[in-house]
Design a protein around this ligand. Structure first.
Ligand SMILES: Nc1ncnc2c1ncn2[C@@H]1O[C@H](COP(=O)(O)OP(=O)(O)OP(=O)(O)O)[C@@H](O)[C@H]1O
Ligand SMILES: [Mg+2]
Length: 348
């Protein structure tokens, strides 16, 4: 009785599974029955053949249903395993031979989902690091300003020896705070795709003369020689002048910041299709291991040193984005204690 009910249950399940093919089977049965009726004259044989046709249809439907059920079970197991993260790699996903195409597609989907999850995790990590860095960088000048203001309020304001000095220092920190905020605004504009570029041909010689002369007083404060070697006056390069000014200013300020003696040089090398702008210094240089990382947000080779010269490590990250928008990239050559050379090409 138990066995019978199991067989009946299976029969029922598999026939239900094969339900999707019912229409095709009935159509086939009708066609074969018509053929029997037309070809066989003996009515007893006709009835027998039709009964046989009916029984064999049920058997075939049963077998088809059983196979379909098995395949669906396999697929369900795979989906379930994927959902429960039971696989270490896509190689573990295996379906029977008849489902090999589906297996390939499931593997592809599995790999794609895994890659997506990985990059989302990375993004999340970069975000939280960014937030931590921003808070840290904001805290430093705010605490310093707070310290000077409190000391002044506590009485130092009446001490002519220090009051101006403290106010000057507090002011210095408000300047770095505002520089940091400007850099952050730039980064967020770049990342949200809001940075509008306006490309034009411009006179590179005039441009560099002006930008370099604006930085000359900064070089003077460190007794550094700042030289610009002029290029032919008619040379026009293509780019967004305002954004490129930001690039060259950053390169010059870095060169001055990280150079103690010697000179900072700016020059243009003319090639057939491009003009190459070069900023060279005789400064501390960048260790080879750090060269790849200096364009990352907040990355500074020597954190203590950078802080003392007022850097947050956002400058080159912004520079990189601006050059990318120009379809070009920065090339860096540097040797410790000898100097660094930053250069990039612009279309003629
Ligand atoms: N000319 C250079 N010589 C030596 N080191 C450099 C030079 N330019 C950049 N670096 C190194 O690369 C790091 C990243 O430079 P970046 O311009 O992004 O940051 P920063 O100058 O420290 O700060 P910011 O530009 O945001 O004020 C610097 O902290 C410094 O360690
Ligand atoms: Mg900088």
């Amino acid at each position: 009785m138990v066995i019978n009910s199991k067989v009946l249950k299976n029969l029922n399940t598999y026939l239900l599974s094969a339900k999707v093919y019912f229409k095709e089977f009935i159509l086939l049965d009708i066609l074969v029955a018509i053929a029997i009726l037309l070809l066989v004259e003996d009515s007893r044989i006709t009835i027998l053949l039709i009964i046989l046709l009916f029984i064999s249809s049920i058997i075939v439907l049963y077998l088809v249903g059983r196979r379909r059920d098995k395949e669906l079970d396999e697929i369900k197991t795979i989906i379930n395993n994927i959902r429960k993260n039971r696989y270490q790699s896509s190689d573990e996903i295996e379906l029977s031979k008849s489902l090999v195409t589906l297996q390939r597609e499931i593997k592809k989907m599995y790999r794609k989902t895994n890659d997506d999850i990985e990059s989302l995790n990375k993004l999340q990590q970069v975000r939280s690091e960014f937030l931590a860095n921003v808070s840290h960088e904001l805290r430093t000048p705010i605490f310093a300003i707070q310290g000077f203001v409190e000391t002044l309020l506590d009485g130092a304001i009446n001490d002519p020896k220090v009051n101006k000095q403290f106010l000057g220092k507090a002011n210095q920190h408000t300047i770095s705070l505002s520089n940091l905020l400007n850099d952050l605004i730039d980064i967020s504009m770049i990342e949200s795709g809001e940075m509008k570029m306006s490309f034009r041909y411009f006179n590179i010689d005039d441009f560099l003369k002006r930008v370099v002369s604006e930085q000359s007083s900064l070089a003077e404060t460190k007794n550094l020689e700042l030289v610009y070697s002029p290029i032919r006056d008619s040379l026009q390069l293509y780019g967004d002048k305002d954004k490129l000014k930001q690039v060259v200013v950053n390169l010059l300020q870095n060169a001055i910041k990280y150079t103690e003696k010697g000179k900072v040089e700016v020059l243009v090398e003319e090639e057939k299709l491009y003009g190459k702008i070069i900023v060279r210094d005789t400064g501390i240089g960048i260790p080879p291991n750090d060269l790849d990382r200096i364009f990352e947000r907040f990355y500074r080779v020597d954190k203590m040193r950078s802080r003392s010269v007022g850097g947050t490590g956002l400058g080159l990250a912004i520079v990189k984005h601006i050059l990318e928008a120009h379809g070009t990239a920065m090339i860096v050559n540097s040797e410790c204690n000898i100097g660094s050379e930053f250069s990039f090409k612009l279309k003629k």
